[in-house]
Structure formats: structure tokens, C-alpha cells
Write a protein that binds this ligand. Structure first.
Ligand code: UD1
Ligand code: CA
Length: 455
């Protein structure tokens, strides 16, 4: 079967009350239309056409990595008119699958079901029964149960409004017939639009068989017109992601309704995740990882047995080796790479820093552009002064070094292996291995000194 997919995305989306084109609003951090494109591409179509109108440049830029035939619909005269704009680029001998850019949770599995029933002389409609069908086109069937026509909410009388089976807006139509039907659509209806849905009665008039296929769950066909619907589908999507983590990986979620996955998470066995954790980008969690409440983790690889305590922020491209402990309240910025058994404690900020195994930075430190050896102990309040106001410089700390509390390391600087730095030092030159270095002004006590007395 030669499959051509058309995604309709020209609508204004005025009910979003936004400057951003509707189909670019994010669901789980990914534009709505990107969800649809991903589903479409899973079917390996012969061609993919996107009908755009409002905010076209932005929509095109967002999808620039895909091979898409862009079709401009200058005026939004209805879904039938929108499909007609794409038809000149579609060959007669193909099946046309029509999708909507604002129906993001459609799955490849449901679309494959629909496509598996394809026939070059019949029309397929994806439908679903909704408890509250309000707003959707209703599927009207005859006494024999055959589809007769689709009636839009705005054109429906009270009896038709009772029908719970609705049009998802997704159709599978032989291109040659579609071309013929589109040319005879009119806009004689409540909205003055050329409705794609009217091809159903045209097919019926020609005695063309019509089949329906149903979606696996109702959320797959829900369209987004306003922020409430966007939020509803976001929650539904997050629920699905949470269930996947529990069922596919055996992750324990203390509350599946309080986790957000805006990307993908792969997990080993016996991972435990506390409430309010947000994952963004691609995340890999090893076996027995424990993540405390309120952590935000983005594009990170986390080894076996790692424990991340409450309120940590783990940013882009961070690698955490096996059995590390992080937090509470630590911030690992991009380029932080920790080997195994490293301990990072509270109020520690790290950036572009590698730490070899068994080292500890337990309290209140800023460590940036640094290479730390193994078994190093960095005292509370240590700061790498990596920035001179213009350039960033590197700090190197050798194996088994001991940095006393409240030390400033003025980069570029190297602390030798086994070196000890006295607390409160400002280190601006390299320090030798296995030696105590300190820069501390002598301590004085003044005998006989008295506090001033209040006059
Ligand atoms: C449409 C269907 C309705 C179905 C519902 C499912 C028609 C006439 N009605 O109604 O039966 O239940 O979807 O969600 O088809 N669009 C364009 N150009 C246009 C008009 C629309 O590209 O000129 C795009 C929109 O951006 C949107 C899609 O087509 O992605 C659907 O249009 P919309 O106006 O939302 O149709 P509904 O009234 O929801
Ligand atoms: Ca809609």
C-alpha cells in the first residue's frame, strides 16, 4: 500500500489565547504537532504533507529536521478545503491518511489497525465512543448499522447530539476517490466551511463501503482547542508514562500522579522514585537507583545504586557513577562527570568537572572547570575561582588531596596529590604533593583589650 499522510495544522487556535501557533504548544515539552509527526513516521509513509497557515514559519522551523511536503492554506476555509490543498502533490494510486496536528496522543498502533483494513474502494474512519461527545462530529448510522454521514455539533439537532460515537477527524481514503469527492464539497453549513466530513455522504451516495476502526483509548483522539484540554492530555500522557515505568521496568513510584516525564526514561531494576520528580530529555537510570522528592533531572546517565536525596537539580549531560550519593539540595550543572562512590552534599554547585572515585564534596561549595582525583576530600565552603571576568580557567586537584574548609582555589592552579591545604587559604599558585600548604594571616590575641562601653 502506497501511504500518503496529510496532517492538518492550519487552524488559528484562537481559543488557546496565545501568540504561539496552537500546534506548537508543548505537551511533555514536545510540540503537539511533533507528537503527531512521530506517530505518522512510525507508519513509514511514502510521503508526509503538512497543511499550515497561521504561524507557518514557526511551524516549519520546528519541524525542519523532517522530510515534509509543506502545503500552504492561505485562508482557513475548512478541513475539506485544507485536504484539497495537498491533493496536487498526491498520486492517484495511494491511500491518504488524514491526521490532525492538534490531536497529539494518537498512537501508531491505532493507526496501524486502521491501515490494516485499507481497501482501494472503501472509506475508513477512526471513531470512538465518548461519554461526553460535545464538540465533536457525530457518526450517524442507519438501521443496519452502516455509517450514513457525519454531522458536526454546530449542525446537529437534539437527536443527533445524543449520539456518542464521534469522528476523530482521522480518515483513510483512496486518493482517486478523495480527489473526486473534494471537488464537489460545498460550504452550505452552520460554519460556512468546506467540511472534510461531507465526503462520507458522497461515498454513501456512490454505494462505496465505509468501515470504521476504533481507537485503543479515548485520549488518542482528543483534540486540543484550549488550555484546559491541553492540561487534561498532559496529565493523561504523564499517567501513561508513569504506568510504563512501573510495568515495563518495575520502578516503584511513591505516587504515580506526581512524576513528570518530558522525554524518555530507561530504568534498571528496583528503582525507587519519591514524589514530584521531573525528568527531561533522555535519562538512563541504573539498578537500585533511589531518587528523593522534588528532584529535576535532565539528560543524565545515573549508575547502579546511586542515591539522589531530596531537592537536587541535575542538568544536561551529567554522568553519575555507581554508588554515588548526591544531595540533598545539590546542583550538578552540564559536564559534571562523577566516577563511582563519590559523595556530593548539600549546597554544592558543580559545573564541567570530573571527579574520580571515592572523593567527597560534602558541604557548601562551588566547583567549576575542575579535575578532581580519587579519594579527595573537599572541605565546606571551598570555591574554585574559575572566572577572571573574561576567561574561564582550570583547577586540578590530585589524588588523596585534602582541601581545608573555606579555601579559594584561584585558577589556573594545581593542587598536588596527597597535598593538604589549610582551612581558610587562598591558593593562587600550584601546591606540591604530600605537603601542607596554607596562606593564612597569623592569629593575634590582644591582652587587656576591652569592648567599648555605651555612653
Ligand atoms: C473536526 C471534524 C469533527 C471531528 C473533530 C475531531 C470537520 C468538519 N470536523 O472538527 O467531525 O469530530 O475534528 O477533533 O472536519 N484545519 C485546517 N484548515 C482549516 C480548518 C481546519 O488546517 O481550514 C485543521 C485544524 O488546524 C485542526 C484540524 O484541521 O488541526 C481540525 O479542525 P478544527 O477546526 O479543529 O475542527 P473541529 O471543529 O474540531
Ligand atoms: Ca479540533
Amino acid at each position: 500500500m502506497n501511504l500518503s499522510i496529510i496532517i492538518l495544522a492550519a487552524g488559528l487556535g484562537s481559543r488557546m489565547r496565545s501568540e504561539l501557533p496552537k500546534v506548537l504548544h508543548p505537551l511533555a515539552n514536545k510540540p503537539l504537532i511533533r507528537h503527531v509527526v512521530d506517530g505518522a513516521l512510525a507508519l513509514q509513509p511514502h510521503s508526509l504533507h503538512v497543511v499550515y497557515g497561521h504561524g507557518g514559519d514557526q511551524v516549519r522551523a520546528t519541524l525542519s529536521e523532517f522530510s515534509i511536503n509543506w502545503v500552504h492554506q492561505a485562508e482557513q476555509l475548512g478541513t475539506g478545503h485544507a485536504v484539497a490543498q495537498a491533493m496536487p502533490d498526491i498520486i492517484d494510486d495511494s491511500m491518504v491518511l488524514v491526521l490532525c496536528g492538534d490531536v497529539p496522543l494518537i498512537t501508531a498502533a491505532t493507526l496501524e489497525d486502521l491501515c490494516s483494513k485499507a481497501d482501494k474502494d472503501s472509506l475508513g474512519i477512526l471513531t470512538v465512543e465518548l461519554d461526553n461527545p460535545q464538540g465533536y462530529g457525530r457518526i450517524v448510522r442507519n438501521a443496519a448499522g452502516e455509517v450514513e454521514r457525519i454531522v458536526e455539533e454546530k449542525d446537529a439537532d437534539a437527536t443527533i447530539k445524543q449520539i456518542k460515537e464521534v469522528n476523530s477527524g482521522i480518515f483513510l481514503i483512496p486518493a482517486n476517490h478523495l480527489r473526486r469527492w473534494l471537488s464537489s464539497l460545498n460550504n452550505d453549513n452552520a460554519q460556512g466551511e468546506y467540511y472534510l466530513t461531507d465526503i462520507v455522504s458522497l461515498a454513501v451516495a456512490e454505494n462505496m463501503p465505509i468501515f470504521t476502526s476504533s481507537a485503543h483509548n479515548v485520549y488518542e483522539v482528543m483534540g486540543i482547542n484550549n488550555r484546559v484540554q491541553l492540561a487534561t492530555l498532559e496529565r493523561q500522557y504523564q499517567k501513561q508514562q508513569a504506568h510504563k515505568l512501573m510495568l515495563d521496568y518495575g520502578v516503584t513510584l511513591h505516587d504515580p500522579s506526581r512524576i513528570d516525564i518530558r522525554g524518555s526514561v530507561e530504568a534498571g531494576h528496583d528503582v525507587v522514585i519519591d514524589v514530584n520528580v521531573i525528568f527531561e530529555g533522555d535519562i538512563k537510570l541504573g539498578n537500585k537507583v533511589k531518587i528523593g522528592s522534588n528532584c529535576v533531572i535532565r539528560n543524565a546517565t545515573i549508575g547502579d545504586g546511586v542515591e539522589i536525596l531530596t531537592n537536587c537539580v541535575i542538568e544536561e549531560n551529567v554522568v553519575i557513577g555507581d554508588n554515588c550519593t548526591i544531595g540533598p539540595l545539590a546542583r550538578l550543572r552540564p559536564g559534571t562527570v562523577l566516577a563511582e562512590n563519590v559523595k556530593i552534599g548539600n549546597f554544592v554547585e558543580m559545573k564541567k568537572t570530573t571527579v574520580a572515585k571515592g572523593s567527597k564534596i560534602n558541604h557548601l561549595s562551588y566547583i567549576g572547570d575542575t579535575e578532581i582525583g580519587s579519594e579527595v576530600n573537599i572541605g565546606a565552603g571551598t570555591i574554585t575561582c574559575n572566572y577572571d571576568g573574561t576567561n574561564k580557567h582550570k583547577t586540578i586537584i590530585g589524588d588523596k588531596a585534602f582541601i581545608g574548609s573555606d579555601t579559594q582555589l584561584i585558577a589556573p592552579v594545581t593542587v598536588g596529590a596527597g597535598a593538604t591545604i589549610g582551612a581558610g587559604s587562598t591558593i593562587s599558585r600550584d601546591t606540591p604533593d604530600d605537603t601542607l600548604t596554607l596562606s593564612r594571616s597569623p592569629q593575634n590575641s590582644v591582652p587587656g583589650w576591652q569592648r567599648p562601653i555605651k555612653k
